[in-house]
Design a protein around this ligand. Structure first.
Ligand code: GDP
Length: 455
């Protein structure tokens, strides 16, 4: 439900900074501005002008801070409501004090994502664009940012609208025949229905085909580092992250938990997962770590299978290899600075192998290259006007639309018009939920609650 009260929040990140911005939206915004802000030259705040002046505590008349203020009257604002922004000094106490004064003057503290939610509810942006706002803020790589910007510009929304228009056309035809049952579905109309539904299905399938790429661009990839204790997994992780988050140790099995760290490799966000040393053990704590590592194998987009090249291939190496049968694997022959003892048995199939010394960074570039090669087709920054889906919410909705349209195509031969109309309505509902036309309040709550306060 949309209560049209006036909301306020700090829109800059927590902590101290150069400036801090308190944002206010709603029909009290102008009145609050005139109460708490005194421009250096007398007169009120005109819309879309930046004023220099002071924030005043109306209760005491005290000057709280020197600040800038801008009022943006509806509908020319982010939320399409009256919006006031107060730009003050960025100390957390200053910003919190200004917010407290604004709240005392008639605003309520905004919920997470409430500004963006209002922009959506007032029709300024659709749901895909609202999500893209969050993706823009959360982007860690240029490719992720580009994808989010394309969604904000409405490329994906346009494709979704194309599907909806086709389906609405089909539904109108089908319903016309339901209303006039004495008319038979003529060949021309059947063909029109078939073609339009087919075109809609083609776009749905094409968009579903972009999910893997979109997901990787938005979320990055997860790479699991696996191998028996002491082969150099933690050293490898440290090398890739240039930090000492993982404990590097001589004692086998000391890195018992999963360690996660995100690094950017050639423009690709890579979430590295280091695992407890996998081996047969009676030690319960270590066993727990091993179980966690095994559980992560199917979740990883790529596995770095680390072997100690200075030792012979062992049964433990074999057991890990066996667990990787369904995974994409880059085999890392580590400790290549030492005399080589490892002879990889013939039955071990290695598609991609890197020889390196994690302790001295020899071979690091080869490793980076091997990881990138694996995702190459999915990571090239694409300047074409592509619309890609990047969230499982989009994918799930389109999968549902796809199955309704498949049912429709099969049902068309039997011409049960009532059932055909149901299939099209289901498809329309699923597609409309992507851009927000048919999204329930609960889903909206879920989406916007993952935003930060002030956004
Ligand atoms: P993990 O148990 O697989 O995480 O292995 P660690 O990263 O803790 O490394 C185990 C031991 O091997 C440590 O003493 C490391 O310094 C050493 N080590 C790791 N990589 C190399 C390498 O490339 N060459 C040599 N000579 N020693 C290494």
């Amino acid at each position: 439900m949309y209560i049209r009260d006036t909301i306020a929040a700090v829109s800059t990140p927590p902590g101290n900074g150069g400036i801090g911005i308190v944002r206010v939206s709603g029909n009290q915004a102008a009145a609050i501005g005139n109460t708490v802000f005194k421009p250096i030259h007398d007169g009120g705040l005109a819309s879309h002008r930046f004023y220099f002046g002071s924030i005043i505590n109306p209760a005491s008349g005290e000057v709280v801070d020197e600040a800038m203020a801008v009022l943006m009257l509806a509908p020319r604002s982010f939320t399409r409501e009256d919006v006031l922004e107060l730009h003050c000094h960025g100390g957390w106490l200053v910003v919190e004090t200004v917010l407290a004064i604004v709240l005392k003057s008639g605003a309520r503290l905004a919920d997470p994502g409430e500004f963006t939610r209002r922009a959506f509810l007032n029709g300024r942006i659709d749901l895909v664009q609202a999500e893209s706002v969050m993706d823009i803020i959360g982007s860690n790589t240029e490719a992720a940012l580009q994808l989010a910007q394309k969604q904000r510009e409405g490329l994906l929304s346009k494709r979704i609208d194309d599907i909806r228009l086709l389906l609405i056309k089909v539904l109108a035809l089908v319903e016309a025949y339901i209303d006039f049952p004495e008319d038979d579905l003529g060949d021309t109309d059947i063909n029109l229905i078939r073609n339009s539904a087919g075109q809609a299905l083609d776009i749905v399938s094409q968009l579903l085909g972009t999910f893997e790429e979109g997901r990787i661009l938005r979320d990055g990839v997860s790479v699991l580092i696996i191998g028996k204790p002491n082969v150099g997994k933690s050293s490898l992780l440290n090398l890739l992250t240039n930090e000492n988050r993982a404990i590097v140790t001589h004692i086998p099995g000391t890195t018992r938990d999963i360690i996660e760290e995100t690094v950017i490799i050639n423009g690709l966000a890579v979430k590295l997962l280091d695992t407890a040393g996998i081996r047969h053990t009676d030690d319960l704590v270590e066993q727990e770590g091993i179980n966690r590592a095994m559980e992560k194998i199917p979740l990883a987009d790529l596995v770095l299978f680390v072997l100690d090249a200075s030792r012979p291939f062992s049964l433990e190496d074999q057991l890990i290899y066996d667990a990787l049968s369904d995974s994409s694997v880059v085999t890392v022959l580590n400790k290549f600075d030492k005399p080589r003892q490892m002879v990889v048995p013939e039955h071990i199939i290695i598609n991609s192998q890197v020889e390196m010394a994690a302790c001295s960074a020899v071979g690091l570039d080869d490793l980076r290259q091997a990881v990138c090669n694996h995702f190459k087709s999915k990571t090239t920054v694409d300047n074409r006007e592509i619309a890609a889906i990047s969230r499982s919410r989009h994918r799930d909705a389109l999968v549902s639309a796809e199955s309704s349209l498949h049912r429709f195509a099969v049902g068309l031969d039997h011409s049960n018009l009532e059932l055909l109309a149901i299939d099209i309505r289901d498809a329309l509902e699923a597609v409309g939920s992507v851009t927000g036309q048919t999204t329930t309040d609960e889903v909206l709550d879920k989406i916007f609650s993952s935003f930060c306060i002030g956004k």
